[in-house]
Design a protein around this ligand. Sequence first.
Ligand code: AVJ
Length: 328
Amino acid sequence: MAEQEGIALVDLDENGVDRAFRADVLDGLAARQKAIPARWLYDDVGSDLFEDITQIPEYYPTRAETEILTDRGKEFATKIAPGCAVVEFGSGSSVKTPLLLKAIAPGAYVPLDISGDFLREAAQDLAAKFPGLPVYPVEADFMRTVDLPAEVAATPKLGFFPGSTIGNMVPRTAVDLLRSMRETLGEGAQLLIGMDLVKGRDILEAAYDDAAGVTAEFNLNLARRINRELDGDIPTEKLRHIARWNDDFARIEMHLEANEAIAFSVAGQEFSMRSGETIHTENSHKFTRRSSKLLLEAGGWTPQKRWLDSGKRFSLLLAEATEPRKAP
Ligand code: AVJ
């Protein structure tokens, strides 16, 4: 398995504590608006809870994107280079990736993931479903440029980034990622990327605050994870899950709000929250036709085609690497 030279993907201290997690949490809890990067929501418990979220009635994005991948396969095949290497950013979901691979008859599949375990599982799954398809998993942090396996050096590339995961990033981070994807995939590459659409506040807030409370559990798991892994004593029963539409930034924000004034310690440091104070735990940006294309353009990708599901809730965009600019 190819690994980026000299970069330890997970850096544990002598007690087995993830140093990057601890640094992000201690910084984030000391900030005026407390905030912790959303990537820390996805430990094993959080990843399982997210799988459950994709099944709840209010959370439409997974079903909507799956519908597009199921129904528009013929159109993908006419727009995407045959025999291309599909490079998936984040190891594949067992449902979406096979739908794409079936539609376009690719020459290779290259899943990229920071977690070797997820990666090996996904790669084995896919290899079993597509005998004869070369699979080259790469353990890497795809927020940086990745060296792809030599076996696909001469093969045209299709980047695949489903799920509207790009929406978890603020615009400058999203642009950085799109540019590094372009760098990774090279001149002439294409990108197939999911972006969830702006819609009524009620539908969006319900999708991130479901009646069964699964999303609340997903959010609260972050506080429990801090207690588990960073020797914390956050009184999680005094926190509640909030999902609120921020119209200025066109995004759903998840927060953990203190029901009353609380004090706690994490990794030996003391923190407090006033009643009503929040920890910001996730952004999920939503896009319009124009904002999705503007983001792609800013990241060095020229939009080629945009597909919507029948309910017009979710978009899947195909783009090609923009040629180096001449004028203006
Ligand atoms: C995994 C980023 C697609 O933002 O919709 C779902 C994560 N958070 N419910 C999203 C999430 C709360 C999800 N993504």
